[in-house]
Design a protein around this ligand. Structure first.
Ligand SMILES: Nc1ncnc2c1ncn2[C@@H]1O[C@H](COP(=O)(O)OP(=O)(O)O)[C@@H](O)[C@H]1O
Ligand SMILES: [Mg+2]
Length: 236
């Protein structure tokens, strides 16, 4: 990825048609540089999930432009051809509900994506173990998802979102079920990833513990964003 990171301009999303249409995004501008972690904050129904889904190429915007590095992804109705490859290779998702695969153990849940992308199994597993260790859940490496606590499941889901080292990570309430020590550990890992791999990271959150750590915050309300400086509190 070049110096542009991820950038959207005038992004709009309308659900439905006619009288019942909902304009969930009304012209959003946002830019996240490689190596940067930004917060996205807004009340329920403000358009946070819609924006993350557009950024993750899960749904297409109705209008506006999006670029990732020097690649144009969307441009006023036009879209890049292989969205599936884009999602697989360029974007890491950390969802609110962990969605682990119930019949694979923890290591294989995390190693699955690199395996599918053609990384040899041993190397995929080694990458998985490295992240599970960083997230302090390596002792559960051979457990099945149903045997984990909610917090453990969330940490495994985070490891899975990071294992491909994607240039963009989209996290929807990643610390919601975690106590404050573990929430801070997650934020520390996201910041380390951003710095080490020049990842652009967007974190949707309500979590008062982590909001002061962002240097830059986008507020969203009724489908419109505005940007402000955060406290950027030290993580040491
Ligand atoms: N699939 C959908 N069909 C119709 N309306 C939707 C759909 N998804 C979300 N919306 C509407 O779009 C607006 C923004 O929703 P959402 O992006 O989920 O907000 P948030 O994540 O901030 O709670 C809301 O008014 C919501 O009801
Ligand atoms: Mg939401």
């Amino acid at each position: 990825m070049n110096g542009n990171g991820i950038r959207i301009e005038g992004l709009k999303k309308r659900y439905g048609k006619g009288d019942t249409a909902v304009d969930a995004l009304k012209g959003v501008d946002m830019q996240v540089a490689p190596g940067e972690v930004v917060g996205l904050i807004g009340p329920s129904g403000s358009g946070k999930s819609t924006l993350l889904k557009c950024l993750g190429a899960v749904i297409g915007p109705s209008a506006g432009r999006m670029t990732l590095g020097d690649e144009v992804i969307y441009d006023d109705g036009w879209k890049v051809r292989d969205l599936r490859a884009l999602r697989r290779d360029k974007i890491g998702f950390v969802f609110q509900a962990p969605y682990l695969i119930p019949f694979l153990d923890v290591t294989d849940n995390v190693a699955l994506l690199p395996m599918l992308a053609g990384v040899p199994n041993g190397k995929s597993r080694a990458q998985a173990i490295e992240l599970l260790t960083a997230l302090d859940v390596q002792h559960r490496a051979s457990a099945m998802p149903a045997q984990l606590s909610g917090g453990e499941q969330q940490r495994v889901a985070i490891a899975r979102g990071l294992v491909n080292r994607p240039p963009v990570i989209l996290a929807d309430e990643p610390t919601a079920p975690l106590d404050s020590e573990r929430a801070m550990a997650v934020i520390r890992i996201l910041n380390d990833m951003a710095r080490k791999f020049q990842t652009a990271i967007i974190v949707v959150t309500h979590d008062e513990k982590i909001i002061p750590t962002f240097k830059r915050i986008y507020h969203i309300r009724d489908g419109v964003t505005h940007e402000e400086a955060g406290e950027g509190r030290s993580l040491d």
